[in-house]
Design a protein around this ligand. Structure first.
Ligand SMILES: CSC[C@@H](O)[C@@H](O)C(=O)COP(=O)(O)O
Length: 342
């Protein structure tokens, strides 16, 4: 087992070391990635997943590429840029990936060492930003809910596994729980790849926070039954108007929270903001293979040939969201500027 202070992704001896999120919860195992293709494969099969974590992995993969393409004559920038584009395209919805790749590519002029230094800076920033965002969000939740201990609902996995350390929405839950403010965390299993069942359950158990798992479709019922004081989720992309893309199933929770009068709070680093997109209709939503849905645990559960719609994310419109909280405080969608959360 790991422990909560362990970083889920690191640069070690010229390679990328990352927790294998596909092996959990049965086995806590580290991947050691030495090539760009290995990193792309790990991102695409969700061995490394979660918007901030794939951003850091992408930046470190460009650093690997810059090293490989540096020879006596210097760095072959064209070769690195070509690989950087492949890395940025590995998954389309989480903007953190293309943002981080673009940031390190911007340092190519300084050579491989400058690229690596920038990637390591992105890695170091992540934990600081998560802790700051979680602290702002915890303050907001206390103000919104006014009674503790809280019954919280979350979705997918937004914890230390999805980031470098601590987490965003789950980091907020950690912070509230550390102060004795959490009665119970409900979370959806997160079909079809079970990030909730496999990863969030593992992290909440590791942190000693009381928790109960729901089938995804029970989330709205739990909200309607008055079992939840606040919903806390992460994000893969936040548009200028405040629309949010996050794991499929987030939208139905937002609708139900709105109907029940329960606050719905999104916690994400500023690197998840994409002010170049006016609204959620412009977000590219990743569609994944039918095989993830028609089989369960390797056993077919639908008749052969059943057609499938398997979007990895959905878009929650801004009007259903109480607040988007970043390391800098509350994000103000209309004006696309930030205010202090206090
Ligand atoms: C802090 S992680 C935020 C989001 O990336 C998370 O909520 C999510 O939707 C992850 O989806 P995944 O497909 O598991 O990468």
């Amino acid at each position: 087992m790991g422990n909560s202070s362990t970083r889920s992704i690191a640069w070690r001896d010229g390679t990328i070391e990352a927790v294998d999120q596909v092996a959990l919860p049965h086995e806590y195992r580290l991947l050691r990635l030495t090539t760009v293709d290995q990193v792309i494969d790990a991102i695409q099969r969700l061995a490394i997943r979660g918007a901030p974590a794939i951003g850091v992995a992408g930046a470190l993969a460009v650093a690997l590429s810059a090293r490989v393409h540096t020879h006596a004559g210097g760095c072959d920038e064209i070769a690195v840029r070509t690989e950087a584009q492949r890395i940025a395209d590995a998954r389309p919805t989480a903007v953190n990936l293309s943002w981080a790749v673009r940031r390190v590519v911007g340092k190519l002029g300084g050579g491989a060492d400058a690229v690596l230094a920038e990637a390591l800076e992105i890695l170091a920033e992540d934990e600081r930003q998560n802790r700051a965002a979680a602290s702002h969000a915890a303050d907001l939740v206390r103000r919104l809910c006014r009674q503790e201990p809280l019954r919280l609902l979350t979705h997918c996995n937004t914890g230390r596994l999805a980031t470098v350390a601590w987490g965003t929405a789950l980091g907020t839950i950690r912070e509230l729980a550390a102060a004795g403010g959490v009665a119970e965390v409900l979370f959806g299993e997160t079909r079809p790849l079970l990030q909730g069942a496999r990863l969030t359950a593992w992290e909440l158990a590791e942190a000693g926070i009381p928790h109960r798992m729901l089938v995804d479709s029970a989330g709205p019922a739990a909200l309607a039954a008055g079992m939840v004081d606040c919903v806390l989720v992460g994000a893969d992309r936040v548009c200028a108007n405040g629309d949010v893309a996050n794991k499929i199933g987030t939208y139905s929770l937002a609708l139900a929270a709105n109907r029940a009068g329960v606050p719905f709070v999104v916690v994400a680093p500023e690197s998840t903001l994409d002010l170049s997109l006016a609204g959620g209709a412009d977000i590219v939503i990743e569609e994944r293979a039918a095989g993830e849905v028609v089989a369960f645990g390797g056993v077919d559960v639908a008749p052969a040939g059943t057609r499938v719609f398997n979007p990895a994310f959905d878009v929650t419109p801004a009007e259903l969201i109480t607040a988007v909280v970043t390391e800098n405080g509350l994000f103000s969608p209309q004006a696309a500027v930030r205010e202090d959360a206090s």
